[in-house]
Design a protein around this ligand. Sequence first.
Ligand code: SER
Length: 609
Amino acid sequence: MKSADIRKKYLEFYKARGHAVIPAAPIVPPDDPTTLFTSSGMQQMVPCLKGEPHPMGTRLTDSQPSFRADDIEEVGDNRHICMFEMLGNWSLGDYFKKEQLPWVYEFLTKEVGLDPDRLFVSVFAGDEYAPRDDESIKIWQSVFSTDKPAKVGTEGFDPATKIYLYPAKKNWWSRAGEPAKMPVGEVGGPDSEVFYDFGEELHLHENSSWSGEPCHVNCDCGRFLEIGNSVFMQYVKTDSGVQPLPKNNVDFGGGLERLAAASQNTPDIFTTDSFTSILRSIEVSSGKRYEGEYMPPMRVIADHLRAAVFMIAQGITPSNKLQGYVLRRLLRRAAVRGRKLGGDIKKIFESSIPTVVSFYSDAGFISADSSTKVQAVVSEELTRFEKVLTNGIKEIDRRQGKLDEQIAFDLYQSYGFPFEITSELVAEKGTTLSQEKFDELFKKHKEESRTASAGMFKGGLADHSEVVTKYHTTTHLLHQALRDVLGDEISQAGSNLTSERLRFDYTYSGKPTDEQLKKIETIVNEKIKADLPVVKTIEDKDEALKSGARAFFAEKYPDKVSVYTIGDYSKELCGGPHVGHTGEIGGMRVVKDESLGVGKRRIYARLTA
Ligand code: SER
């Protein structure tokens, strides 16, 4: 079955079971300083999993384009991609395990038509934080049962055993991982994954480095592919462990490209229909076929270009910071792999971009006329990169006589050169580099950068929710004050909050004077001092917009929306969270206002108390 059909069937399946289809979140989550990208469907749902009502009800479903930067290095084999679509369904204190698990099974076997003999599941084994998930074991036993209960196993793999128990490292889900790693305030719970078996040849074939090792459903050999994960969001982390949430929630996520691979029974995700057109255009423009040594570079180009095109179409541009830096890395990594194909990189990219744009615009995620903008950004970045590549080659010349793995690592870090490229360039000078030593440096760096990303998460909403909440409400006041002073031309073009400051992008053709900025600051502080109540209501989108409520990405909001009204001063469509009264904010100071190019500006402000 084609990916688009799987997506459609999935949404219809859950719609028929009382779910509302909600719009996907943008790839950069609005107002969430804890993470750079939307990396799972549940991200926009966090406040609701903690107990806030969702305007569309308690049963929700969607398909969420997601990006996982952690997986960039893994791309190149037959199944890792960092840009993917996640099919999701949620119960917010509504149904729970006894509905969810049989539905997953029914969808996979009846709707997608997967062979039940090829399906295996895993369940949480229990630990000091939470007990073994016996309820899920029982439900799976009845789902799989023909005449006798399905067997439960803990180790290895036996085709007669359908249910496998794993500890929290594998069968607990939160954005930070297992319970010990969750920051206080983070939600999570035990989960149950479904695996599709492509057959033992993948583990045992003569070139497999796994053939001497025992196989199991979580093995990395490629035999088993995880195609869906039901998380039972029951807990929130506290100082003393985990506490039950006010309600039992379900958070299901299934990778669309992986489901397509199972449905098309191909262990190579890149041969599924999501990738065939882009691979075809890479083949045509490079004059190489998708086989042998060309497979890994073509996979990297296909995956990274999909991600880059999506990001650019949603407004990210390459830079040396945050999302822009990740985008730059993706394009450079893809360009370096393009050298392996020996063709003209610009041509390869140019011919692939329209294919990706039409794939994602057909699905309704980006605008169909994004190609021109994407082409321009990519072409400028490639021109810049050519210079970087020249610099890298110069660096190699400069370090003549001291060409070791460290240079490969430095070039990797500074310019995104993969090891093979540096080692080829260095080999031309007669030096051979060791992949193992490079891997050691790389592993060390990866561990360090993982702990950094955990820091970002810790340093964000989870630890500073109060201050970020204050910034969030201040942003609404600032938005209205900008309009009061600069006129109706102002509308929101972006926003980003950290525990240190707020940043608000807005459309404006002029340049505000110092007096105007002062006036904006004074108005916001007056509204803070007035201690206005902040009230949340659920309204029909059209009604809310008609009544003058502000909206960012109006067309992306569902039909029923949550609206925050601040006294009689501001009204905006927004998911929250916000303070109860503006007095809680204390005070605000504008620190900077700058141009972002024609017709767009960015203002920064800090809390003063
Ligand atoms: N949040 C879970 C995941 O990303 C299920 O949606 O796997």
